[in-house]
Design a protein around this ligand. Structure first.
Ligand code: BGC
Length: 773
């Protein structure tokens, strides 16, 4: 039976799909396949599947990840486990196997429909006897049931009747290979298989987690000659031998249920899940899944009118942000590559808190809370880390996995493939402030004091404690210094008084004191409880304020901030710009020499100005952006949007747009040529921030303020924000800004274009730009 809601295979109708929700692959090239696998990854934040083709062509890298499933077998630090691939399909004719890269194929294309996170595929194969077959497939990872993967595929013989075998199942030969060194490692072992009601149970080797895969197939069309399940070469496959008349469609809907847990019981859960899902059927499940995505897009979608490419690129970023985190609290955070690849071991960096979390805080605040809870539940490990290093309080790990211990590897390869020591675990300490910055973003967006009382304040006080013990007083100058750190710009390591680190430490100490005061006024019993728990007394808090007032911040009288002590004394090498105005590496500097120059890997001072945008004036921002822009090579994807944010802040919309395109297209066009290893979650979040905080001009404070700046070519930007329990919609054109109360708890007062306004549910307030009045 052909499903009526499947798009027609006719090209013309496919092209008529609304383009700005679709990402396409036309044709197949082995060299581009990993790139497509990453950008076409489907995930619900619990389960992530790379977008590999079902037949697993040569060079393909199937990746199946479950958030929080790590293992360290054969390694010094754990990595996220590449689990068995549940999507395998083999099609065998009497003239051999069909597949791209195998026999002949043509007319191959795929479409990712971001509206409902469904991946479609159409391919025509020709077997060795010259007979053609039309193959179609679609798949999705349910946004409703985190364990469920649904797949539909069909085959239609075009040249005559055929007898073929369709095999589909789980491939348990997958290994972790995405690592700078070391051979492939299988982090799991097969524990048991069941052929009846096909089920596979595997167990991770060191962490001892059980993962079960069970599925049920619904077969239709063609005449079924034989159906059986085989287990061979670590592949558990259900086989269908069928006779199909010419031009008739034979299809299979497959419902796979994947569960991870501490006991073998997961097998039973997986079987039950597969059974229930199959009884509901493809269409019903897809409808529910699509509805859930529609609800997400209702809030998260951003529309950019006038610039289709920016509109699509940003939607693509939002698609991956929505995919990266489950609505359920699985006690996990988001790896740098989300669940689209295992590069960086699936570790969690500051990428999550500084770059991605603002998106969640302002769209789905419960998700931002889950991310913060992930840190809070690992506060003891952060305490241990600080203690081991001889400090007080808590220092979060630079790289984190499941336990919250520091998991940064000690060695890595640099951009030239040289093995280098990694010092970030001990030295990149701004992570302490980064997590607190995220906490403040969450608090500003939600006003959730309950969370502060239950978890936030304790983390904050422990972080302030860390900084207070980390600083050293310089007897000569009387200033407090932070020596021997790595700032966001990782080119120059072990520097003294990195402006970003010092400033954020100072901010942290002050904010901790402020929160202490507020708690003492508003929630004294909570403060007493927390103080008792962590043995905090008011004199310690006074000391924080005292230290904060004297932390060194290297800035010249003309406003230029010195990235760290001695930076201005380094050799001044500047970047060259390409035709798009983006920097290129100055050829004369070999990578090992870069630390002797003023070249900057990624926004450092500029990021500081972007994060603390209200604490620096325009002139300071302009001066520093001009200076550091000429020295920044943006070797990290985290960097361009920060430059864009500062450019937008100083009113340079053109320049901001250039950075926005760089950031939002970085993965879509593989600008760093490493998207195949997984998308860059942080770049997605940073592009969103540039759109909303930069062009949308949104500022979070005691009040929300909106002061848009549309770049050339954009007619308007429209987005929604959840602000303190209210859902607002902002629509900014070059003439006016309209704010609508979509769902409000009562009157919401905010500032639009500098004027105080109040919106209520379903009301719209509009403000015009002053020049236009
Ligand atoms: C960047 C870090 C980032 C990490 C993971 C590194 O190249 O320098 O700032 O956290 O990648 O994305």
């Amino acid at each position: 039976m052909r499903m009526s809601w499947l798009p027609s295979t006719k090209k013309s109708s496919r092209e008529s799909w609304e383009d700005n929700w679709l990402i396409r692959e036309v044709g197949w090239e082995e060299a581009k396949q990993r790139f497509y696998e990453a950008i076409f990854a489907l995930s619900n934040g619990y389960l992530g599947l790379r977008g590999s083709l079902e037949e697993i062509p040569r060079g393909s890298y199937p990746g199946t990840y479950i958030a929080g499933v790590y293992d360290d077998y054969g390694l010094e630090v754990p990595e996220i486990v590449n689990l068995p691939n549940p999507l395998m399909v083999e099609i065998e004719t009497d003239a051999g196997r069909l597949g791209v890269g195998k026999g002949e194929f043509f007319d191959h294309d795929r479409i990712l429909d971001m509206r409902n996170a469904t991946l479609w595929r159409w391919t025509t194969f020709r077997d060795e006897k010259g007979r053609s077959y039309r193959y179609e497939s679609c798949r999705f990872v349910s946004m409703v049931d985190p364990h469920l993967v649904v797949q539909h595929f069909s085959i239609r013989p075009l040249d005559g009747p055929c007898e073929i075998e369709l095999r589909t199942g789980v491939d348990a030969t997958t290994k972790n290979e995405m690592r700078p060194f070391g051979g492939p490692i299988a982090h799991y072992e097969i524990a048991k298989i069941w052929k009846k009601r096909p089920t596979l149970l595997v167990r991770t080797k060191r962490t001892g987690l059980w993962i079960a895969y069970s599925w049920l197939c619904r077969f239709s069309g063609g005449r079924l000659l034989e159906r059986c399940t085989v287990f061979k070469d670590k592949k558990l496959l259900e086989c269908f031998r069928v006779k199909i008349p010419k031009d008739k469609v034979c299809s299979i809907d497959r419902f796979s249920y994947i569960v991870a847990g501490p006991s073998r019981k997961v097998a039973r859960m997986a079987r039950r899940g597969a059974q229930t899902s199959a009884s509901r059927g493809f269409r019903e499940i897809h409808d529910l899944h699509s509805r859930k995505w529609r609800e997400k897009w209702e809030v998260a979608n951003v529309e950019i009118e006038g610039d289709k490419q920016c509109d699509l690129a940003l939607r693509f970023c939002i698609y991956h942000l929505c995919s990266a985190l489950s609505d359920r609290d699985f006690d996990v955070s988001i790896p740098a590559k989300a669940l689209t690849g295992e590069w960086y071991g699936g570790h969690v960096f500051w990428d999550t808190e500084i770059f991605m979390l603002p998106f969640y805080a302002l769209t789905f605040p419960h998700l931002a809370k889950h991310l913060l809870l992930y840190r809070y539940r690992r506060l003891d490990e952060a305490r241990n880390k600080a203690r081991r290093m001889g400090y007080a309080g808590a220092l979060f790990p630079w790289e984190s996995a499941q336990t919250g211990e520091e998991v940064t590897p000690r060695r890595w390869r640099d951009f030239n493939g040289r093995v280098v020591k990694v010092l970030t675990a001990d030295r990149e300490q701004h992570i302490a402030s980064d997590v607190m910055y995220a906490l403040r973003t969450y608090l500003l967006a939600t006003g959730d004091w309950k969370f502060m009382r239950q978890a936030g304040a304790e983390m904050l006080f422990e972080t302030a404690r860390f900084w207070a013990s980390r600083v050293r007083r310089n007897r000569k100058t009387g200033e407090y210094e932070i020596r021997g750190v790595i700032g966001p710009n990782e080119f120059q390591e072990c520097v003294d008084n990195n402006a970003f680190t010092n400033y954020s430490a100072r901010w942290c100490l002050r904010w901790a004191a402020e929160i202490y005061r507020e708690l003492s006024l508003k929630y004294p019993s909570d403060l007493r409880r927390i103080s008792r728990k962590i043995r905090l007394d008011p004199s310690e808090v006074e000391n924080w304020v005292n230290i904060a007032g004297k932390i060194r911040f290297p800035q010249r009288p003309d406003g230029l901030i010195e990235e760290f002590d001695g930076y201005f004394g380094l050799k001044d090498v500047q970047v060259k710009f390409d035709r798009q105005g983006m920097p290129t590496w100055p050829g004369e500097v070999p990578l090992p020499e870069v630390r002797h120059t003023r070249l900057v890997k990624q926004a450092d001072v500029v990021l500081l100005l972007a994060l603390f945008r209200d604490e620096f004036d325009k002139a300071t921002k302009a001066k520093n952006l001009d200076f550091y822009e000429r020295r920044c090579v943006h070797k990290s994807s985290l960097s361009p949007a920060a430059h864009g944010l500062v450019a937008a802040d100083i009113g340079d919309a053109n320049r901001a747009l250039r950075y926005f395109k760089f950031a939002s297209c970085l993965d879509l066009f593989d600008l760093h040529q490493n998207t195949g290893k997984g998308i860059h979650g942080a770049v997605m979040g940073s592009a969103w921030q540039l759109a909303i905080f930069g062009f949308g001009g949104v500022r979070l404070g005691e009040k929300l303020s909106v002061n848009p700046l549309l770049p050339p070519g954009w007619h308007s930007i429209r987005f929604k924000l959840r602000w303190r329990g209210n859902l607002l919609e902002v629509h900014a054109t070059s003439r006016e800004v309209r704010v609508k109360g979509v769902k409000t708890r009562g009157p919401v007062s905010l500032e639009v274009l500098g004027k105080r306004v109040t919106v209520t549910e379903n009301s719209i307030v509009s403000s015009r730009y002053v020049e236009e009045q």
